[in-house]
Ligand binder design. Sequence first.
Ligand SMILES: NC(=O)c1ccc[n+]([C@@H]2O[C@H](COP(=O)([O-])OP(=O)(O)OC[C@H]3O[C@@H](n4cnc5c(N)ncnc54)[C@H](O)[C@@H]3O)[C@@H](O)[C@H]2O)c1
Length: 346
Amino acid sequence: MRKIVITGGAGFAGSHIVDEACLQYPDARIVVLDKMTYAGDVRNISHHVFSNRVQLLVGDVADLEFCRRAVKGATLVIHAAAESHVDNSFGNSLEFTRTNVLGTHSLMEACRQERVAKVVHVSTDEVYGEVMDGAAVEDDVLRPTNPYSSSKAAAEMILRGYIQSYHEPIVVIRANNLYGIRQFPEKIIPRFICHMLTGRRLPLHGNGSNRRHYLSTRDFARAVLFIAERGTVGETYNIGTSEEYTNLQMAELICDFFGRGVDEVVDFVADRPFNDARYSISWAKLQAMGWRPQHSLRDDLGMLADWYASNLDRYGELFDVAEAPVALQLAVPGAALSGLSLETNT
Ligand SMILES: NC(=O)c1ccc[n+]([C@@H]2O[C@H](COP(=O)([O-])OP(=O)(O)OC[C@H]3O[C@@H](n4cnc5c(N)ncnc54)[C@H](O)[C@@H]3O)[C@@H](O)[C@H]2O)c1
């Protein structure tokens, strides 16, 4: 029987990979390896865990013996576990190196020792650094600029050694920023939505001119499994979208959705120590294989806002949920949201 291990599967992107794997491989044994940090939430995969579709193993990717037990007999390992928030990496960069570099190394060593048939490593467009014009292609030099992206690039260097020296069957993917339900509201889209839902102001870094591309996690998860099936060992694949916004445009989009003006609710706050002005990748290589994005943030924003409104209680420690119903009267434009259940959270 096919055994698929997904690290970080209780996190945001990982849980969408779990959904897609359950859909595409109904007969596979699916195992999630996750340390359950603040970013992991069993509710992200509880629908699969309670129906015995998915087995959750709680532990650290930096623990070699734990990884060996988890990946034993696996035909595919998808490595999505990471410390993922750039802002946190400025204050706690060693933890990023421990999880993202040592953790990746330990997992790869476990995969090598247990002879795992294929490994997909989830990396990020941030490893290319700033791309002001055009779009980075897979062979470009990596120029990371912050502790998070540096740790992701360092992990990729470890993988190069495993590919060249041990012929490990590794495929690397580098994705744009992702959006979707279940994203922890430290990242811009869920944070701004939760702030709007609870009547808070929106903090915008610098002058809001930094640009990012936003890819649906559903498209991303489809791409991950597509590459797991068809990607060539030793190769790297960008996964991207053409949907690009400055942070200010993102604030405008979300304000507009909630019927508010940027001038009314946005606070410009101190920027990061360094903040890449723009990321941009070409995904022509993947497109030539037959994949393309199918979703768009503009179309999905209502669904996202609806989900955060219905699940705001998850983030009660971040947002004083007891205040929410009052704020909602201010925030919700009317038609777009359905199934608001915040009254039950008071
Ligand atoms: N979210 C994005 O926009 C984006 C874009 C491109 C690439 N990525 C990459 O995708 C992957 C997933 O990102 P995400 O946004 O879902 O992150 P996330 O922070 O939402 O989830 C990370 C998961 O990893 C787990 N984890 C953290 N440290 C661990 C450890 N030491 N051992 C085992 N598990 C651990 C956490 O508990 C959590 O479940 C990361 O590798 C990230 O670099 C994310």
